[in-house]
Design a protein around this ligand. Structure first.
Ligand SMILES: [Zn+2]
Ligand SMILES: [Zn+2]
Length: 216
């Protein structure tokens, strides 16, 4: 099951120009099975709206969040709501643990705020690393992939879409189908996921490493 784990819409992220419907329509065209909304410092609360939109477009819609911390941007999944105290990395870690969520270091090549986390912090506090980000070049991603391997972390892929053209550049292949956020988080926590970069073709399901028949 192919899920894009990093997307922003204009409804909750002020730097995005993408509506929920535009995102889902384009994700469907690109051959994705699901998208996860990771708004900046906000978790979607209107789950009925997301469910209805998912049904309209024939896609699974999940919720996560991208939090600004003193160690840059952190993607979290399985956390119910944002609180200002989460700008503090230690507090964010505490909430993620207490809610049974999962924590992924976003685009390690580019630290949007604060300073980069040390290798010790990454090793001790993150479950996974976003090894493929649609807004970051291939070469830089190669370094991050080897860092994830050496630290024993799973890698995720996400488009980091803020506009239609960015949707479906990268995604995460889940070995098992997931029906809800709880199952998504569970599969991530045990690392049964692989990052995938999608070819810039209209049908989407052709990765650059030559595997052009990706399972769903
Ligand atoms: Zn970011
Ligand atoms: Zn982002």
């Amino acid at each position: 099951m192919l899920i894009d784990l990093h997307n922003h819409t204009l409804h909750l992220s002020t730097d995005s120009g993408l509506t929920l419907d535009e995102l889902l329509a384009r994700a469907k065209e690109r051959g994705l099975d699901g998208v996860c909304l990771t708004e900046h410092n906000a978790v979607w609360q209107n789950t009925a709206r997301l469910e209805a939109a998912g049904q309209r477009h024939g896609l699974a819609v999940f919720r996560g969040m991208e939090v600004n911390t003193q160690y840059g941007h952190v993607l979290v999944y399985g956390v119910r709501a944002f609180r200002n105290s989460m700008f503090n990395f230690d507090e964010l870690c505490r909430v993620v643990e207490s809610e049974g969520g999962v924590m992924v270091l976003a685009h390690p090549q580019w630290v949007g705020v604060g300073r980069p986390p040390t290798m010790d912090i990454i090793a001790n506090h993150f479950h996974g690393i976003e090894v493929l980000n649609g807004e970051v070049s291939n070469d830089a991603n190669g370094y991050v992939e080897s860092m994830a391997v050496s630290l024993g972390k799973f890698g995720t892929g996400g488009s980091d879409s803020h506009s239609i053209g960015a949707v479906g550049k990268c995604a995460t292949l889940f070995q098992n189908p997931v029906r809800n956020e709880e199952e998504m988080v569970k599969e991530m926590r045990v690392g049964r996921v692989t990052a995938v970069r999608l070819a810039p073709s209209s049908n989407g399901l052709k990765s650059l490493n030559g595997n052009n028949s990706l399972p769903h």
